[in-house]
Design a protein around this ligand. Structure first.
Ligand code: CP
Ligand code: NVA
Length: 301
């Protein structure tokens, strides 16, 4: 049994398989070709933080594959009254076939997985967002071909998205330029460090990059730091000039939701280099491939 708790849980070869399955499942979806290998399978989604894309893409995805889903959130479940995550894991994984969790510390999802009878998917933690990077890399490949050897510029907060990009940089052999202010610098792990370059100046990080990407200055769970972050990140905004410095073939991505005028201008988000809507849609397709793989193994039909 496999889980997808961090991007590094899968090998490059497993990702290549997922991307090929994504292409096939997306084609079937777009052409109204029914494909329901997960009839009678149940996905439980546990949300300790808000979501729009993750909720809709997983719920629509499992349904399209023939299965069904149930959503638990903190306020409406016993989690909100302090039931230990280990107990929740032992109980719900006797009743469902696969679980997606969005929570705070990565340790929570690891404790859940350690007590799970079924595959567990990380739907975002404070530290990582592997499903989003799966969609982002698939989107890059769709628009530009392979990502190996390319340069990705990360502008702004060295958050869960940035840390997941760094794991992907090692696996796919691309370069990650990270521009963030003092006090919020990215600290890559030992294995990731050779693939990461740190910058103070976002323009320098973006110059010549194949993909420029960013995220909110204040992630979920860090709201108390919002005022300090607004000051610290001023200037770490992806602008049209920055996209020009990257080059005309460079793409722009954002996991969304975006704060126009903070980490990205309205013009870039809505501009010709932006692929954010494809990126969001691809959450559906990559996660269908992911659920198929975790539940059925490598399918080639
Ligand atoms: N990008 C992303 O995970 O969006 P949601 O928070 O809406 O799920
Ligand atoms: N870094 C953001 C991503 C939201 C999808 C957060 O964790 O809030």
């Amino acid at each position: 049994m496999k889980h997808f708790l961090r991007f590094q849980d899968f090998s490059r070869e497993e990702f290549e398989h997922l991307f090929e399955r994504t292409r096939i499942l997306k084609y079937r979806f777009k052409n109204y070709i029914p494909y329901q290998p997960l009839v009678d399978r149940m996905l439980a989604m546990v949300f300790e933080k808000s979501s729009t894309r993750t909720r809709v893409s997983f719920e629509a995805g499992i349904h399209q594959l023939g299965g069904s889903s149930i959503v638990l959130n903190t306020a409406e479940s016993q989690l909100g009254r302090g039931e230990p995550i280990e107990d929740v894991a032992r109980i719900i994984t006797r009743m469902v076939d696969i679980v997606m969790i969005r929570t705070f510390d990565q340790a929570i999802i690891e404790r859940f997985a350690a007590n799970s009878r079924v595959p567990v998917i990380n739907g975002l933690t404070n530290q990582y967002h592997p499903c989003q990077i799966l969609a982002d890399i698939y989107t890059y490949i769709e628009h530009r071909g392979g990502i190996a050897g390319k340069t990705i510029a990360w502008i702004g907060d060295a958050n869960n998205m940035c840390a997941t990009w760094a794991e992907a940089a090692r696996i796919f052999a691309f370069k990650l330029n990270v521009a963030s202010p003092q006090g919020y610098k990215f600290v890559p792990g030992e294995k990731e460090a050779p693939h990461v370059a740190l910058f103070d100046d976002p323009m320098q990080a973006a110059a010549g990059a194949d993909l420029v990407t960013t995220d909110v200055w204040t992630s979920m769970g860090y709201e108390a730091e919002n005022a300090a972050r607004l000051k610290a990140f001023a200037g770490y905004i992806v602008t049209e000039a920055m996209m020009k410095a990257a080059g005309k073939d460079a793409l722009f991505m954002h996991c969304l939701p975006a704060h126009r005028g903070e980490e990205v201008t309205h013009e870039v988000l809505e501009g010709p280099q932006s692929v954010v809507w494809d990126e969001a849609e691809n959450r559906l397709h990559v996660q269908k491939a992911l659920m198929e793989y975790l539940l059925l193994g490598k399918i080639n039909s």
